[in-house]
Design a protein around this ligand. Structure first.
Ligand code: NAD
Length: 506
């Protein structure tokens, strides 16, 4: 079967009505072979406006439902996702080009965050503080915030919605989702799965708790500008994040930004190189280099650089590249022709800036899909090798290799880029590991020891600093972004003392 026929069969099984993906003007293309599964009906500006009105009405009802009961809806969503896992994962493979195991992993991540959020629905706890006034009680509570706008990128077409939606829903907030225009089918399928959870949940779920808007940048801009949306969670490029942040800040709304990364691994002479090679290969070529946490810079001690790059070049030579539906494939396609062009442009720039391509950089296949051989580029030693192209996030499988001789120099190189998402060190030295995790160590939101930068678990807060946007999603206390903090003071005495001893007798 072609990818288009496969996708249509999956959409049917997942319960997405044909008219929404067949009768419109937005083409859906598979990066596997360029074939089109359908033409989606785009959301127009008036429909975006009604969606926000409907979400506002849903919020008025949903915030009155007790949080543990809201958690029950998310528990049911997790159950429905377990049932749909194989089909939804295959649709991710067809639409985003992920290998089967990564597609399954993405849906598993949705299930994991549902489990996490279900437990969280009984733990949205605040604080109590002693009041300086007799007979007074002070506390801090967390209240539902309002409709949350979610703008997501193509490379995690469904998990990003789940990270946001599972938390937002238990916090009492409806969600309006604008997925990437490159991956609308998986969004429609996710909405169908959610609708089944709502149907099982019963009458106290108001309509329009989750809505999907199909289209591109214009719709995202409209969502960002709407003052009825107190929080916009936006995942994508730094360029997009800057635009969204300015629009949301202009109306004094809140934004949660998950933007580009330029993630590094420092490899020291004491590192276990067998482990390092495996971690580098997965992090640098997994998802064809299209993860926000993909490894892009390998910062290796000069003494071991030649042997490590020789081993990597050997490992790259055996990478199975091709149709991600095939079980042996490890490297699927880039998302589209623009991504392939960006890959080639970056490699040409790297060579012009003094780099040497050690392996990769070629197109593979007949040209219908967007397949390339992952590249390793050796740059000049030290800071002079960290050129403009190395500091820029190219969303493709290019690994720049830079060398250093002093550990502090390596940390400085690691931090000397605009982005601050994920980072790691491979070392057997406790001094180097702890220094990397110290105040003068990695400046990223994620810092790992003897683990690659890619493949985070949902239990920790996920996000990064600087051009990565500063947002935190998923685990830990990321839920607080989806709630309104309220300081409450209750006077249970028969006096009315003022704070700070102020007297005001009338
Ligand atoms: P993109 O910025 O092109 O698009 C992302 C989303 O933003 C899409 O839905 C798009 O329609 C929308 N959009 C674009 N311009 C907009 C605007 N001005 N206003 C409102 N919405 C707008 O990104 P992409 O190519 O889909 O994804 C790749 C990028 O996403 C990479 O930079 C990657 O690092 C980043 N990313 C970051 C994370 C993270 O958690 N930090 C996760 C996944 C992807």
């Amino acid at each position: 079967m072609t990818t288009a026929a496969d996708a249509r069969a999956l959409l049917d099984r997942l319960g997405v009505p044909a008219h929404v993906w067949a009768d419109g003007g937005l083409p859906s293309r598979s990066p596997i072979d360029g074939s089109s599964a359908g033409s989606l009906v785009e959301t127009n500006a008036a429909d975006v406006d009604s969606a926000v009105t409907q979400a506002t009405a849903a919020f008025a009802a949903w915030r009155r439902v007790p949080a543990p009961r809201r958690g029950e809806l998310v528990r049911l969503l997790g159950e429905e996702l377990r049932v749909a896992k194989a089909d939804l994962a295959m649709l991710v493979t067809l639409e985003a080009g992920k290998i089967v195991s990564e597609g399954l992993g993405e849906v598993q991540e949705m299930i994991d965050i549902c489990d996490f959020a279900t437990g969280l629905s009984r733990q949205l706890h605040g604080l109590t503080m002693p009041s300086e006034r007799p007979g007074h009680h002070m506390r801090e509570t967390w209240q539902p915030l309002g409709p949350v706008g979610v703008i997501s990128a193509f490379n995690f077409p469904v998990a990003v919605w789940a990270w946001n939606a599972a938390l937002a829903l238990v916090c009492g907030d409806p969600v309006i989702w604008k997925p990437s225009e490159k991956t609308p089918l998986t969004a429609l399928a996710t909405q169908a799965v959610f609708d089944r959870a709502v149907a099982r949940f019963g009458a106290d779920a108001p309509p329009h708790l989750s809505q999907v808007l199909i289209g591109g940048r214009d719709i995202g801009q409209q969502l960002a500008a709407d003052p009825r949306i107190p929080l916009v969670s936006a995942t994508g490029s730094t360029r997009m994040g800057r635009a969204v942040a300015q629009s949301v800040a202009g109306r004094l709304g809140r934004s949660l930004l998950e933007l580009g990364g330029n993630n590094a691994m420092i490899v020291t002479p004491s590192a276990d190189l067998d482990m390092a090679v495996r971690a580098i290969a997965f992090s640098a070529v997994g998802t064809c280099g299209q993860r926000c946490t993909s490894l892009r810079r390998l910062l290796v001690h000069a003494d071991i650089a030649d042997s490590l790059t020789a081993r990597l070049t050997q490992a790259y030579a055996t990478l199975p590249i091709g149709d991600p539906r095939q079980p042996q494939t490890l490297v699927g396609p880039l998302i589209d022709a623009e991504a392939t062009a960006a890959f080639e442009t970056a490699l040409a720039r790297a060579v012009a800036e003094g780099g040497t391509i050690l392996t990769g950089g070629a197109r593979v296949g007949s040209g219908k899909g967007h397949y390339v051989t992952p590249a390793i580029v050796r740059m000049p030693a030290g800071a002079s090798g960290q050129t403009e192209v190395v500091k820029h996030e190219t969303f493709a499988p290019i690994l720049y290799v830079l060398t250093w001789t002093d550990f502090e120099e390596a940390v400085a190189l690691q931090n000397d880029v605009p982005q601050g998402l994920s980072s790691c060190v491979f070392t057997d030295s406790v001094r180097e590991a702890e220094a990397f995790l110290s105040a003068w160590g990695s400046d990223c939101g994620i810092a790992n020891v003897n683990i690659g930068p890619s493949g985070a678990e949902i239990g920790g807060a996920f996000g990064g600093e600087k051009d990565t946007g500063g947002g935190r999603e998923s685990g830990s206390d990321a839920w607080k972004a989806y709630m309104r903090r309220q300081t409450q003071t209750v006077n249970f005495s028969s006096q009315l003392p003022l704070a700070q001893g102020v007297r005001f007798e009338v």
